[in-house]
Design a protein around this ligand. Structure first.
Ligand code: NAP
Length: 323
């Protein structure tokens, strides 16, 4: 798998990286760990998690995986969003959620929204941040995380007294290699302009719909990690491509069969990889075959640059409000 020297760090992660937001939420532990192993077998060496993912349990699934692979991978976690407290009713809610997804995949979107509303945001007080990091280290069963990111931070959160000192002292204590931000593109742009010391690493969404990479003035001076290449786009795009005439016309224009399974999704990821050429692109999947096919994208050029750019132009036009 192709790797990248991540700017502002000594890290050398795989260009395509695996995110754990779906683990332990839709899936049980055994399945979650198996997906992490599948991603690693496919050559992925960077893994993203957060205290808040999987009702607070995703980190421990990543920890079980890391026990076998710590030396060969890099791991990012986040603080600032807190999972719901563990309780019997939460346990029941998770069981019902997983069963619902097995029976009706369409329930995923609703469940994701439900899970998101159970998460608390804006927890950047240094005492809470310290406690969150200690919990992450324990759950991941590691002494150091490679990246610690401030989860959905707003510029005002970074005024919190003692937050920067906490981040610096965590690096000095060897608990964190690098810190950074993981927030929306607008906040990213403001933070890079006004509070850049917090953001040697910036993680945010990027897909064919919006040129959010403009949030980073110089990608050689900021480590850029993007996500959400697919999540909000693949559904509407798949619906459009069900129209045989449109599919045939786009396929002709791209000289590519868009009816082949997985091709539109991989084109979306290929666009994200090509656009963020000096950084890392995250994706998530609950399917091992999809993980393998996605990973192969970062190994060999399945599509030409012309095909990727033409596809992005067509998709952007069709998905834009006026399209
Ligand atoms: N604030 C933040 O820092 C932040 C925010 C969001 C996400 N993230 C990170 O980024 C990771 C990825 O999240 P994301 O939002 O970027 O998700 P994403 O990868 O854009 O979308 C995931 C969805 O795409 C589907 N998918 C994956 N590959 C596909 C393909 N080739 N064709 C069609 N569908 C495909 C998956 O379905 P299947 O399961 O059916 O394959 C899954 O439902 C998260 O797990 C998390 O680690 C971070």
């Amino acid at each position: 798998m192709r790797t990248v020297e991540l700017p502002r760090t000594e890290l050398n992660p795989s260009r395509l990286a695996f995110g754990s937001a779906l683990l332990m939420a839709r899936l049980g532990r055994r399945e979650s760990v198996r997906l992490l192993e599948a991603a690693h077998e496919a050559g992925i060496t960077h893994f993203d998690t957060a205290r808040a993912y999987g009702y607070g349990e995703a980190e421990s699934a990543v920890g079980e995986f890391l026990a076998r692979h710590r030396e060969s991978v890099t791991v990012a976690t986040k603080l600032g969003m807190v999972p719901p407290r563990r309780s019997r009713s939460l346990g029941l809610a998770k069981t019902v959620a997983r069963a619902a997804v097995r029976r009706a995949p369409a329930a995923r979107r609703l469940l994701r929204r439900g899970a998101a509303t159970m998460v608390g945001s804006g927890h950047f007080d240094p005492a809470e941040a310290r406690s969150s990091l200690e919990t992450s280290l324990r759950e991941l069963a590691v002494e150091t995380v490679d990246l610690l990111l401030l989860h959905e931070c707003r510029p005002a959160d970074l005024e919190t007294e003692g937050l920067f000192d906490f981040l610096q002292s965590s690096v000095q204590a060897g608990k964190v290699r690098h810190f950074g931000i993981a927030t929306d593109p607008h906040s990213t742009a403001v933070i890079l302009d006004q509070q850049a010391r917090f953001a040697p690493v910036a993680q945010f969404e990027h897909n064919v719909r919006d040129d959010t990479l403009a949030a980073v003035p110089d990608p050689n001076r900021t480590a850029v990690i993007t996500h959400s290449a697919l999540r909000e786009v693949i559904g509407p795009l798949t619906a459009l491509l069900r129209d045989p005439a449109l599919r045939a016309s786009w396929s002709r224009e791209l000289d590519l069969d868009l009816g082949r399974p997985g091709v539109p999704g991989r084109l979306l990821l290929a666009y994200a990889l090509e656009s963020n050429a000096t950084g890392v692109v995250l994706f998530a999947s609950t399917d091992e075959a999809t993980i393998r096919a996605n990973a192969a994208l970062a190994d060999r050029d399945e599509f030409s640059s012309e095909q990727i750019q033409s596809f992005a132009r067509l998709a952007r036009g069709a998905l834009s409000p006026a399209g």
